[in-house]
Ligand binder design. Structure first.
Ligand code: PLP
Length: 358
């Protein structure tokens, strides 16, 4: 029996993808070599990088205005690369404060210039997405940074702020879970290990003209233009992570693309929130206006019951349900690869747990 992994990341991968990777691991397409043994400049890997890029473009509707880059160092390195490349001289950057990840992003930016917090929900314990008020166009505003899905707090932007500065979104935990309009964004980035593939690679989708801003003193490996000009092959890229990303993109296309997966994601999260709202045993700490469709966080009447919930779920083949250590509670991460069946199994378990312990 396949374990349902509700972990926030690294997260579940589609079973079909795992099987395919297993088949190809030792002998890639009749070469007699594993893909991991082949040159990143050879025909096999070149074909992979090209098709991953074109699949991402097709799935997200990305035109020539934006470049797609594969970069190591995870989303956390993007926290630094963004201000390093995009902070205007003598300018400032706008950040929306929606919890731990946005705070980490803003902290890195402070090293490179002034950070202005344009919205924050810290007053209400990050239970919602704050509205950006009093926003003024300003030529010194380098960009506006948001975290589209807050993996720890369990909040998500249901619509995006309208600002005229280039909008930058950390989509690590909801990229390709729904349809977005790429033209609304200057830069979208995500570590792969939640919704796209294994760890080891981050995807950065950047408007080409922004990459021309980079000051001269930024090292080669930390410049977006290096990845754009060399098609992410300036040095040896994380070949395995990119290969797996490619398999996940093919899988997503087979599911019917982003609008189809969005419908499934809506159905999965709605089923869980419906149970939580109906129950007097489970409780959502998140304002209904901002609930995440990827990370469903909830509380039980006591921490003892929460610990028992996590332990009992494990017995039943459901792991990774413990909330982030900074906030406690329960968190069910239900990214693209979590099947409806997994959510239904969790719901059955929740009903039973409430019946016995409520
Ligand atoms: C997980 C996560 C990160 C960190 O990603 P790494 O690839 O581990 O650096 C950043 N932002 C968000 C929203 C995340 O969920």
């Amino acid at each position: 029996m396949r374990t349902y992994n509700f972990s926030a990341g690294p997260a579940m991968l589609p079973s079909e993808v795992m099987e395919r990777a297993k088949e190809e691991f030792c002998n890639y397409k009749g070469t007699g070599c594993g893909l991991m043994e082949l040159s990143h400049r050879g025909p096999e890997f070149s074909e992979i990088v090209e098709s991953v890029e074109s699949d991402i473009r097709e799935l997200m509707g990305i035109g020539d205005s934006h470049a797609v880059c594969f970069i190591q160092g995870g989303a956390s390195m993007q926290f630094a690369m963004i201000p390093m490349n995009l902070m205007l001289p003598g300018g400032f950057a706008e950040y929306a404060d929606t919890g731990s990840w946005s705070a980490k992003a803003a902290k890195e930016a402070k090293t490179f210039g002034e950070v202005r917090t344009v919205a924050s929900s810290s007053d209400t314990n990050y239970d919602r997405i704050p509205v950006i008020r009093h926003w003024q166009p300003d030529p010194k505003a380098s960009y506006c940074h948001i975290t589209s899905n807050n993996t720890i707090a369990g909040t998500q932007y249901h619509s995006f702020p309208e600002v005229e500065t280039p909008l930058i979104a950390d989509m690590s935990s909801d990229i390709m879970s729904r349809v977005v309009n790429i033209d609304d964004f200057g830069l979208i980035y995500a570590g792969a290990q939640k919704n796209l593939g294994p760890s080891g690679v981050a995807v950065a989708i950047i408007r080409r003209d922004l990459a021309e801003r980079t000051p001269d003193n930024v090292p080669t490996m930390l410049r977006y233009s290096t990845y754009i000009e060399k098609k992410s092959l300036f040095n040896t890229p994380p070949t395995f992570a990119i290969y797996m990303l490619g398999l996940v993109m093919k899988w997503l296309k087979e599911q019917g693309g982003l609008s189809a997966i969005e419908e499934v994601n809506d159905a999965k999260s709605e089923a869980l929130y419906e149970l939580i709202d109906r129950s007097r045993f489970y409780r959502s700490p998140v304002d209904p206006s901002s609930r995440s469709r990827m990370n469903v966080v909830f509380r039980l009447p006591s921490e003892e019951l929460e610990a028992k919930f996590v332990a009992d779920a494990k017995e039943k083949g459901m792991i990774g349900l413990k909330g982030h250590r900074s906030v406690g509670g329960i968190r069910a991460s239900i990214y693209n690869a979590m099947p409806m069946k997994g959510v239904e199994t969790l719901i059955d378990f929740m009903n039973e747990f409430e019946r016995v312990n409520g």
